[in-house]
Design a protein around this ligand. Structure first.
Ligand code: AMP
Length: 420
């Protein structure tokens, strides 16, 4: 594998898998949040500055036919141009003669955007249009057909370029044509873009080489969606802070009273196993001692603090109490590596946001004293942004499902294909 920083792009056409799956206004079809486009600009500019030309490929939404006009990437052209500060060309079909002709005609410094890859079933390798009552044999036969034509699809995309850059971390957990399969067509000319590189480095730094003490704060709503990540983290961390709605499943499993709080009784055994494993590995688990409760799930409900294991019926835990928050912050501030995934309360409601805000502030303080902090997971990112502290942590990961799987210890096809 090559490095984007040292690769010689001069006179070469680079096909870059970007994640331009951006939200569009329903009526005007204008891009309503261009974060993903902005994030890809350094990679594109690097290729251009190195004397190369660029072919951009991406998916947008979930089209299920070809073409599917609602999901055309033509809607994002002006946004890409604005962010890049130059005009770009567009091929209205990622296959077909036009794309190939435009790719061949590209001159140094030019950029071509291909139409939505997912107009073709081959991108994902999943058959389309199967009858709902299709038999297993019919499904298998249809899958075989699409997998066969996927090879041609992949080769065609690869034929447009001299080198491949994968900068779509958000889809790296999918073994699709443009995110993984295509890499094998460029055995000596494949590399990560800056987004991919940044995400991988940040997660590896935390999971592979953490400076100790290492604290993970896992919050959010449900234990069931975070088990694998907690299990993987237990082998690495010194402290595990559990916050948010997950706390009550742990407290309930330990025999505590959780009132009307979110609680997954079917996860009691899992919770107890996690605690036992933590003890065995010498990991200190912090569940908190007090909780700020409300009577209903809304911002203006009456509030009261109760012991975390003795919440009366009619009350639900919606934020960490002040004693809990203080103890979480003490642990965070004495850590050298911090991973934050999930808020410790319902931060969207101002009356229950204090715990999450104090946690975010403690992470920022620890970072300013030299700790490495990684914030990841949709809601913790929204949370840190809400408190305006995103610039005061070491890295904010936007990888979504891909990041989660990577942190769970699963090898991502998009990463493996480039590294191979
Ligand atoms: P997740 O996607 O699992 O990280 O969950 C994030 C969501 O959990 C956020 O929308 C929070 O509002 C919510 N959350 C945090 N604490 C609680 C709680 N005590 N009860 C219910 N939901 C919570």
């Amino acid at each position: 594998m090559q490095s984007i920083d040292t690769y010689d792009f001069s006179g070469k056409r680079a096909i870059i898998r970007v994640d331009f799956n951006v939200p569009l206004d329903k009526q005007t079809k204008e891009v309503t949040d261009d974060t993903r486009i902005r994030a890809a600009i350094p990679t594109i500019k690097k290729v251009l500055a190195g004397g190369g030309s660029v072919i951009l490929m991406s998916h947008l939404g979930r089209p299920n036919k070809n073409p599917d006009p609602d999901f055309s990437l033509k809607f994002i052209i002006s946004c890409v141009e604005r962010n890049l500060g130059m005009t770009i060309d567009f091929a209205d079909d990622c296959m077909g003669p036009q794309a190939a002709e435009k790719a061949v005609a590209l001159k140094t410094g030019q950029v071509l955007l291909l139409e939505n890859l997912r107009f073709y079933a081959e991108e994902e390798g999943k058959p389309r249009g199967l009858a709902e009552d299709a038999s297993d044999e019919e499904k298998a036969a249809a899958k075989k057909v699409v997998k066969e034509s996927q090879k041609e699809f992949t080769k065609k995309l690869a034929s447009y370029a001299d080198c491949y850059v994968n900068d779509a971390f958000g889809t790296a957990h999918r073994a699709h044509a443009s995110t993984a399969l295509i890499a094998s067509c460029f055995p000596n000319d494949k590399m990560f873009g800056y987004i991919m590189e940044g995400e991988i480095k940040a997660i590896d730094k935390v999971l592979e080489h953490p400076e100790k003490p290492f604290t993970a704060i896992i919050g959010g709503a449900k234990v069931s969606s975070k088990i694998t990540i907690i299990e993987n983290l237990l082998k690495k961390v010194d402290h595990l802070i559990i916050g948010g709605g997950m706390v009550y499943t742990f407290k309930g499993a330990q025999g505590g009273k959780v009132g009307n709080s979110l609680c997954e009784a079917d996860q009691f055994e899992v919770a107890l196993n996690i605690l036992a494993k933590a003890k065995e590995l010498g990991v200190q688990v912090h569940l908190g001692t007090d909780v700020l409760c409300g009577q209903e799930f809304n911002n203006d409900t009456p509030r009261k603090v109760f012991p975390a294991n003795d919440i009366p019926d009619g009350w639900m835990g919606l934020d960490a109490g002040s004693e809990t928050t203080r103890s979480f912050c003490d642990v965070i501030e004495s850590s050298k590596t911090i991973l934050w995934n999930g808020p410790v309360g319902v931060f969207e409601m101002p009356n229950f946001a204090t715990g999450s805000r104090k946690v975010a502030e403690a992470i920022a303080r620890a970072t300013s004293k030299g700790a490495y902090s990684l914030v990841g997971g949709g809601d913790s990112v929204a949370c840190i942004n809400q408190f305006g502290l995103n610039k005061q942590v070491s890295y904010v990961s936007t990888g979504g499902g891909a990041r989660l799987e990577y942190m769970e210890g699963i090898e991502l096809p998009g990463v493996a294909a480039v590294r191979k």
